[in-house]
Design a protein around this ligand. Sequence first.
Ligand code: PMP
Length: 401
Amino acid sequence: MFENVQPAPPDPILGLTEAFKADTNPDKINLGVGVYKDANGTTPVLESVKAAEKTLLETEKTKAYLPIDGSPAYSDAIKALLFPASSPVVAEGRAVTLHAPSGTGALRVAGEYLASNHPESRIWMSTPTWPNHAPIFTAAGVAQEAYPYYDAQGQKLDIDAMLAALDGVKAGDVVLLHGCCHNPSGVDPTPEQWVAIADKLAEKKAVALLDFAYQGFGSGIDEDSVGLHTLAEKLPELIVCTSYSKNFSLYNERIGALTFVAPSADAAKAVLSQVKTVIRRMYSNPPAHGAGIVTTILNDASLRARWEVELAAMRERIQSMRSKLATGLDQRSVQLSATGNGFLTTQRGMFSFSGLNKDHVQKLRAEYAIYIVGSGRINVAGITDNNVDRLCDAIAAVTKN
Ligand code: PMP
């Protein structure tokens, strides 16, 4: 059986990391996979995480299974991170939060739940979107539709085209939105545009599915929640898939959560029971360590304060690298768009659609050992004070020829 199997093509983004690792050029630069790097180009364990792990090591008494939906303390802590205590969603018991193995796991569980319980629902995704969205929902058996999102000419959200396309949404369809720091474009709706989007979904009786993988990487923990809060205020039903890979730098712990907001507390409980049957047949119950870390940090005032400082430092470093890249390109008279390089500093989060085309990307890799995904999306966090000049020189060289 196995001897006739053909190798699968490498994952377009993770495959790039493999190629980067194999490159022997000492000056190589990886702007591919979405992992935060500090000023030294490394992805360290946060101090708040180390401290929480120390506590866990000293206090953990068992490695017995967690419940199917994870520990109640973790669910409560995540709910509090997502919604203010005053939120009617919380006060009325309309939100249920489950522990999921990472953002990817949360999305897949949501997909399996939709396919099992709402087989007529289609999921609408932005063009472009994170390349793993379509495979996740295809594997779960959820039909898909696309809506336009990014205006490549103007480096902005094409809100008119987006809202016009969403007129095609049927009642009970699910619309996937990025909570903040849209991957790959770095372009988010303004607060006013969130209202327009929420109104459109309410009019269409659609369910919003918010993929919220970068809370705190855009402008701040609360500021980045404007989309979530607007949707929660205007829509009776919501699915939120969160990831703590980035904002807690817990990539390999695979820690995330899945939150359902329903029209009533009873409906929320019924949904929770259905999602538990989905999880039971997929992986039975979640891994504990990442959740232990996140819960310990969020429930301890001093650890939480330390984490918030560390999160702000990551966010601010990314913003400063955005400015340095834009300035470096300006100094070399390189314009990555018709309107200059200013868009690099207004895009939010780790990613930027750089405007570099496939040919530029290929030359940067072959001639300068600079690794960027084919769409021209760059991970700004891969830029450091040490490599920004080399990067700008290389971009100047490949774009001028
Ligand atoms: N959603 C988006 C938009 C992402 O960019 C990512 C990570 N690249 C994820 C979800 C999933 O992250 P993880 O599985 O590491 O939690």
